[in-house]
Structure formats: structure tokens, C-alpha cells
Ligand binder design. Structure first.
Ligand code: ATP
Length: 241
């Protein structure tokens, strides 16, 4: 499968997933190439997080297949996918709020990199983390905590970066800045798959977008190709309560 001109680094083909007897992904096809941002959008409960968890090996497929670098890796354990370069930054940031910024980064030495290297990668991309290196992470702003989560992810030298609701609880300007960084991370050659419920900011940087509704991709394409109006219609039609 290709995404535009480039071969996909990560692809889901006909992915089906369930919780017990309830199927929540009904044959999902997604593909993302190195250097690209794919936005997976859709309303609450559509199956977006489940799709990310499938790619990270945290949730099993009951049908279809997962491919990495052209090889089928369906059923591979999460730790093996992580070792192959798949990095999930879960909803809620996945940092340790009671530890300092530096301690949060040092925990990533398990990936084989030295503390100094991890700090350099983090502080080069997010200078504000350098100025707050000794601060307890949970006392930073939401945007800074999300930067720390991204920096921890970068310490793993990811080939495929999976981001779940990066914008959660953050002001629009903060989200815009974070997505500018995500775009730069992609340009360095990483394949990025971003899940968002509220789409606007990510569509500005996405190369490709897919709209998931009740476990099915109802539309895929370039972010300009009517995807914005499709989403507007979906959210207007949904019950906000
Ligand atoms: P949200 O933004 O609300 O998380 P989503 O698009 O990410 O939505 P998922 O979290 O993947 O959707 O959920 C897809 C469906 O699976 C929903 O109907 C949800 O209720 C159900 N679901 C999710 N997690 C579980 C679980 N642990 N056990 C049972 N059902 C679940």
C-alpha cells in the first residue's frame, strides 16, 4: 500500500477489533509513510484510540493485519513493536507528575540512550523544558506537560509516532504550537499517526486525513478535500451532551 508517492511504513489492512462480543473496528484501512502526518478523526467512541492501541500492539486484532516496514507483524507483542520503533503517547500524556522534568527524561534510558543524549534531544526541541528541568512535572502547564510527553517519546528514536488527543484540555494557541513541533518531527522522517476528536489544528499540518465513524473509515484524503465540511456536519449532528 502506498500513501501518495511513498511506501507506507505502517499500514493497517481490514483491521477488525472488539471488546468481548462487541466489534468496534469493522475493517479499517490506514497507512502512513515516513515524513507524513496522518490525522485520524471522528466523534466520541468511533474507535480511534482502539486503532492506535492496535498499532502499538496493546489491543489484539480479530481480523485483518498490521504491517511495519513492509512486513506483516500482526499479533506481535507491544514490547517487540516498541523495539521496532512504534511509540504511543497515550491520552492523558503518560508522564510521571510527581517526578521532575529531568527524572521523567532519565526514565527513558531503558531505551539504550544515555541521559545526556536524551536531555539534548528534549531540550533542543523544547527549550522551555531545559529552563524547567528541576521542576516537578505535574506543576507545569498542560502544554509543557505535553511537550515532556513528546520529548519522552522522541527519546525512543521512534519510526512510528502515535499521538492520542494531544490537544486535550489545551488552549488553541498552545495546540497550534505543539502541532508545529509534531510537523517538524514528521519532517525528520518519522511516520506520525494523530488521533483527534476536534480536528482543526491537526488538519493544518496533516498530509492525509481519515474520518472514522462507528468503526468504519467513511472518508479519507487530503485535508482540503471536503474533510473539514464532513467533520463539521458530523459534529453538528452529534449530541454534545
Ligand atoms: P474517545 O475519544 O471517546 O476515546 P474513540 O474514537 O477513541 O473515542 P475508542 O475509545 O476506541 O473510541 O472506543 C471505541 C468503542 O469501544 C466505544 O464504543 C467504547 O465505548 C468501546 N470501548 C473502549 N474501551 C473499551 C473497554 N475497555 N471495554 C469495553 N468497551 C470499550
Amino acid at each position: 500500500m502506498t500513501t501518495g508517492q511513498q511506501a507506507a511504513l505502517m499500514a493497517l489492512r481490514g483491521a477488525r477489533a472488539a471488546y468481548g462480543a462487541i466489534t468496534v473496528l469493522h475493517g479499517v484501512d490506514l497507512a502512513v509513510a515516513p515524513g507524513q502526518v496522518l490525522a485520524l478523526l471522528g466523534p466520541n467512541g468511533a474507535g480511534k484510540s482502539t486503532a492506535l492501541n492496535v498499532v502499538a500492539g496493546i489491543h489484539a486484532l480479530i481480523g485483518g493485519s498490521l504491517h511495519l516496514g513492509g512486513r506483516e507483524v500482526t499479533g506481535a507483542a507491544a514490547r517487540d513493536l516498541a523495539a521496532a520503533g512504534v511509540c504511543l503517547i497515550p491520552e492523558g500524556r503518560g508522564i510521571f507528575p510527581n517526578l521532575t522534568v529531568r527524572e521523567n527524561l532519565w526514565m527513558m534510558t531503558g531505551t539504550g540512550r544515555r541521559r545526556a543524549e536524551i536531555e539534548q534531544i528534549a531540550f533542543d526541541r523544547f527549550p522551555v523544558l531545559h529552563t524547567k528541568a528541576s521542576q516537578v512535572a505535574g506543576t507545569m502547564s498542560g502544554g509543557e506537560q505535553q511537550m515532556l510527553a513528546l520529548a519522552r517519546g522522541l527519546a525512543t528514536d521512534p519510526a512510528v509516532l502515535l499521538l492520542d488527543e494531544l490537544s486535550m484540555g489545551l488552549a488553541p494557541l498552545v495546540v497550534e504550537r505543539l502541532y508545529a513541533q509534531v510537523a517538524e518531527i514528521a519532517r525528520s522522517g518519522v511516520a506520525v499517526l494523530v488521533v483527534e476528536q476536534f480536528a482543526a489544528a491537526v488538519l493544518d499540518i496533516a498530509d492525509h486525513a481519515a474520518v472514522l465513524v462507528r468503526g468504519r473509515v467513511v472518508r479519507q484524503g487530503h485535508p482540503d478535500s471536503g474533510i473539514r465540511s464532513e467533520l463539521a456536519a458530523l459534529y453538528l449532528g452529534s449530541d454534545p451532551s
